[in-house]
Design a protein. Structure first.
Length: 548
């Protein structure tokens, strides 16, 4: 049976006994590449010869060839597990110098294992770059967060270097086999996450266990409860979800859209749909294509005859760029608008039993809702018929973008839910209304809508800090802690970093206490000098880590 984690794994004692031909045969049997070149086979042969010479004195160690680093899509040439230390070996056979690119490469392997492989979180990792024909050099042993800065070796001093490091550190025992087969828990890209959701996984299955999966699950469950309650009681509801940067607000929106649209079935449930709306055109295009390909492959696997264009059409029903969705609704109204009142034109829309003329989904999720356009910007845009003057012209348009989206879903006569995903601490660009416009629209034009709100929305970074003032005296308002995503997924170690930043910028005395909690786990440097900040970032960056 093929070993998917590595091409070869054996105790060093067994490796020393096996012939080169036998080892090469095992490696090739696990190599799924159809075009492994002679050069690669020759490299493996050289590595085997060198390691047989160098590892003869290692007792009770284990050796691995081509260990997989899934997130990077690469493999470590060799891993030596010895004295409860993980040695990562990167060979450059024939090289007579130690190249910076190799240094960064093997450092990246160590960092990736530390951050994303479960069994490496508390192990000592020692990356070694091996330029086989280079002169011997004296290595400085620099350890940081249980990673040794990459060591430089040639073909003749690998064993001595491993034994020297083993003599310096006394590490606790661990199960080598458990390390080899450890869970690998990378933070997925938004495309990977969207594909996993579409395949029927939940958010807690596709995110790192230590990066807020529980937080995501709690929030999505709360939104789904609001949807079910609104449906059962014929309500119109609007939810405001807040979150620290990178907390997964988009992921939550996509999860709600997929769950509501499919509800566990292979095909969308008729008249039960949800739509995810974003102003980010490239993101919508990439997500739509990725999910369409997933849909196509799933249907083909079930034996269904389906074209990729059909899959794009199906996926396109629940992922929209906001402008296209808005134009679809504009095409249904009476034009020109009379007396500042929007009305559905019955000749342009089909009335559905119990649902009204709207022909809209029950649930709409608006990502980065604070970026919805002001009344002036939208009215000016529609007055000229869009940016290039070739779209539908609607003079004297009476609403902001937020109010128009609420009006659109309000056309349903049964029930509706809007989910506003709100990013905090962000600049509002010209023509963007901010989250306060949503609340003003509900207050002034749709008082029968129920509001579910994250308590964090009352913080100064949202709606200019006027949310409580805007909601003062308003009925049908429910505050729910579950509607805030407080853990960053992008920065997996930074559970309390955003709380510290908010406290610091808000001159909250608790900032000092939070800092004491995170100072050892998260590197922080306070300065008013931008050049000093840049210099500090460069000093802590390792491997190919980027700074900004």
């Amino acid at each position: 049976m093929r070993n998917l984690r590595c091409y070869y794994h054996a105790k060093t004692e067994k490796f020393m006994r096996q012939s080169e031909a036998e080892i090469i045969g095992i490696i090739h049997s696990n190599d799924i590449s159809a075009d492994t070149r002679i050069q690669q086979s020759n490299t493996w042969q050289q590595e085997i010869a060198i390691l047989k010479d160098q590892l003869s004195e290692l007792e009770e160690g284990e050796l691995i060839f081509e260990y997989s680093i899934p997130r990077m899509g690469k493999r470590v040439d060799n891993v030596v597990l010895y004295h409860n230390i993980v040695f990562l070996l990167e060979f450059k056979c024939g090289d007579s110098e130690y190249r910076p690119s190799t240094y960064d490469q093997v450092y990246d392997y160590a960092l990736d294992l530390r951050n994303f492989q479960k069994e490496s979180h508390n192990k000592l990792l020692v990356p070694i770059m091996i330029s086989t024909n280079a002169p011997a050099v004296e290595n400085d042993i620099v350890e940081k967060e249980k990673i040794i800065a990459p060591l430089r070796c040639n073909a003749a001093n690998i064993g001595a270097t491993i034994l020297h490091i083993a003599s310096l550190f006394d590490e606790p025992d661990f199960d080598y086999n458990q390390w080899v087969n450890s869970e690998y828990l990378p933070t997925p890209t938004i495309v990977e996450a969207a594909q996993a959701l579409y395949r029927g996984h939940n958010v807690d299955e596709i995110t790192r266990s230590d990066a807020g999966a529980e937080n995501l699950t709690v929030t999505t469950d709360e939104i789904n409860k609001i949807i079910e309650y609104s449906k059962a009681n014929g309500r119109k509801s609007i939810c405001f979800i807040t979150g620290v940067p990178g907390a997964g607000k988009t992921l939550v929106g996509l999860d709600v859209a997929v769950r509501q649209t499919y509800q566990g079935h292979d095909k969308p449930v008729e008249d039960e749909g949800a739509v995810y709306l974003s102003g980010n055109g490239p993101l919508v295009a990439v997500l739509t294509e990725a999910l369409a390909k997933d849909n196509y492959e799933k249907c083909r696997a079930r034996g269904e005859a389906k074209k990729l264009t059909d899959s794009r059409r199906e996926v396109g029903k629940f992922i929209h760029i906001i402008h296209r969705y808005r134009d679809n609704m504009l095409a249904k109204i009476k034009n020109p608008v009379e007396n500042g009142v929007l009305e559905i034109d019955p000749e342009k829309a089909v009335k559905m039993a119990g649902a009204g003329y709207g022909e809209v989904e029950h649930v709409a999720i608006f990502d980065e809702a604070q970026r919805a356009w002001t009344h002036k910007r939208l009215a000016d845009y529609l007055k000229r018929g869009g940016t290039y003057g070739n779209k539908l012209k609607v003079p004297n348009f009476p609403m902001s973008e937020a109010a128009f989206l609420i009006w659109s879903l309000d056309q349903r006569e049964d029930w509706a839910v809007i989910v506003c995903l709100v990013g905090g601490g962000q600049e509002i660009n010209t023509g963007e209304a901010g989250i306060g416009e949503w609340i003003r629209a509900v207050n002034g034009q749709f008082p029968w809508w129920h509001i579910y709100i994250s308590p964090k929305l009352t913080d100064p970074e949202y709606a200019e800090g006027r949310v409580r003032e805007l909601l003062d005296g308003r009925v049908h308002v429910t505050y729910a802690e579950e509607l805030h995503l407080g853990v960053s997924l992008r920065s997996f170690r930074a559970e309390k970093l955003s709380a510290f930043v908010n406290a610091l910028l808000g001159l909250d005395p608790q900032a000092g206490d939070i800092y004491q909690e995170i100072r050892e786990r998260y590197p922080l440097y306070l300065t008013r000098d931008m050049n000093a900040a840049r210099r500090w970032l460069h000093t802590i960056a390792r491997g190919t880590e980027r700074t900004g």
